[in-house]
Ligand binder design. Structure first.
Ligand SMILES: C[S@@+](CC[C@H](N)C(=O)[O-])C[C@H]1O[C@@H](n2cnc3c(N)ncnc32)[C@H](O)[C@@H]1O
Length: 265
């Protein structure tokens, strides 16, 4: 506790004590200590304790805001009205990260592209417009997101350029080698056994097909801000190792737009 912090307390206590004990109490006292003296001393003591507690609290480093478990569960599988609102917020919040991931995917004309965990569906539009003749298939495990995303990209669906379905990336309904490219942004955290999902993605990709994963890297601050029951974070190197274990041979990792972008073929 520095002198600078004690100055406001002294500025309050010294004149109040002088006025209280020098003028107010002597004029109202009949004999020495009376109820007014005790009341006055107690108030002064209370003010000092409150002030010191306030200073202590203010000097403590702020605790990271932890997302409530309910919101975290919604992010992992958005449902109902809350899920739709969260989806709309996410579409704005994750825009830059998704644009960077789509750039890294290097979509070519006539590519068949898979997006896992498309949520709001905004990135489906980006992928479909990335090159001429591109067809996008999407898999998301939330039925409410399927409906919301289908509404958003109804023009692409009507033109046969986007097919959005409900499903889980642990078991994809597509034949082996079907896709040229695959993308999953902010979805890895929710896979209980990530190797199984990555192996499944490898299976549906053509032999030279590319997968891009976009994810927030684990740091102490990130781990403290998200409930561990729902979110599992990894370092960039851990994800690189998982991709190789799942059968990808060429893996590159870069940081862009606040996330790690892992590209694997
Ligand atoms: C946090 S949101 C991310 C949405 C979007 N990719 C973005 O970056 O804004 C995660 C989405 O992935 C979906 N999801 C999570 N695990 C999945 C899985 N195993 N298979 C398919 N979809 C999954 C959720 O339903 C949710 O819509």
């Amino acid at each position: 506790m520095s002198l600078r912090l004690l100055a406001p307390l002294a500025a309050f206590v010294v004149p109040t004590t002088a006025i209280g004990y020098g003028i107010v109490i002597p004029r109202s006292c009949i004999a020495g200590v009376n109820a007014l003296t005790i009341g006055f001393a107690t108030t002064l003591l209370g003010a000092c304790v409150t002030y010191l507690a306030g200073v202590r609290a203010a000097r403590r480093p702020p605790r990271a805001f932890r997302r409530p478990a309910f919101i975290a569960r919604q992010s992992s599988r958005p449902t109902g009205l809350v899920g739709r609102i969260l989806g709309a917020i996410m579409a704005r919040e994750t825009g830059a990260a998704n644009r960077a991931a789509v750039r890294a995917l290097a979509v070519a004309p006539n590519d068949r592209v898979l997006e896992v965990g498309y949520g709001h569906g905004r990135t489906v539009e980006l992928l479909a417009d990335a090159a001429p003749g591109v067809v996008v298939d999407g898999v998301d495990r939330s039925h409410d997101m399927v409906r919301a995303a289908r509404r958003r990209v109804r023009r692409l669906v009507a033109e046969g350029r986007a097919f959005l379905r409900a499903g889980d990336s642990a078991r994809l309904p597509h034949p082996d080698g079907w896709f040229d490219k695959a993308l999953a942004v902010h979805t890895l955290y929710f896979w209980e056994v990530p190797e199984a999902h990555l192996r499944e993605l490898r299976r549906v990709l053509a032999p030279r097909g590319a997968l891009v994963l976009g994810f927030t890297e684990r740091t102490d601050a990130v781990a403290a801000a998200f409930p561990a029951e729902t979110y599992r974070f990894y370092s960039a190197d851990e994800v690189g190792a998982l991709l190789r274990k799942a059968g990808f041979s060429d893996v590159s990792l870069e940081h862009a737009a606040g996330i790690v972008i892992a590209r694997a073929t």
